[in-house]
Design a binder for this molecule. Structure first.
Ligand code: SAM
Length: 157
């Protein structure tokens, strides 16, 4: 799931202020009743698709630097690729959030200590992503020890 928010309307999203993208419709349907209850349905456009396609479209359609906030919670092996695209779409000073950046605490453990295959499978991608962000001069970032780790960063230029 990716969520992109902008405070001003654009030609792509004239009324809804947020775009939620996930190829799995069920993921959106789980959250939809809560969105309705909060009276926010008209402000969120759901696109059942692979986010890579939509982000490319948004860039092609001149939406670079137009979003205030982007949340990424997808396959950890894709985080670096998403970073390249989301950094283009967020405005300077805008915030991007990536979920699960502690990856069950495994990023701070040695490989030998980890018995779970799923955790092992994505651990190195998360470590690589965290290292890349920490060394990236274009962003100011902070990894919050909330839940499974949430990295927030601000685009500096
Ligand atoms: C771990 S789940 C997150 C679900 C929810 N955000 C939560 O915290 O419970 C990951 C979600 O990312 C979606 N996803 C994976 N690759 C994606 C992509 N390329 N574009 C959009 N969504 C993607 C999956 O369909 C899945 O719903």
């Amino acid at each position: 799931m990716l969520l992109l928010y902008h405070s001003t309307s654009t030609k792509q999203v004239p009324i809804p202020r947020s775009i939620a993208i996930d190829p799995d419709k069920e993921a959106y349907e789980t959250g939809s009743p809560f969105i309705n209850k909060a009276g926010m349905h008209h402000k969120i456009k759901f696109i059942p698709s692979d986010a890579f396609l939509i982000l490319d479209d948004l860039i092609q359609n001149g939406e670079e630097g137009s979003f205030d906030f982007i949340l990424v919670d997808a396959y950890k092996s894709d985080y670096l690729k998403f970073h390249e695209l989301t950094l283009k779409l967020v405005k300077i000073g805008g915030i991007i959030a990536y979920d699960n950046t502690l990856w069950y605490g495994s990023v701070a453990e040695s490989e030998k200590e980890i018995v779970d295959d799923l955790i092992n499978k994505f651990r190195n991608f998360v470590i690589e992503f965290n290292g890349f962000l920490a060394a990236n001069p274009r962003v100011e970032s902070s990894l919050l020890s909330v839940g499974d780790g949430l990295t927030l960063f601000r685009r500096l230029y």
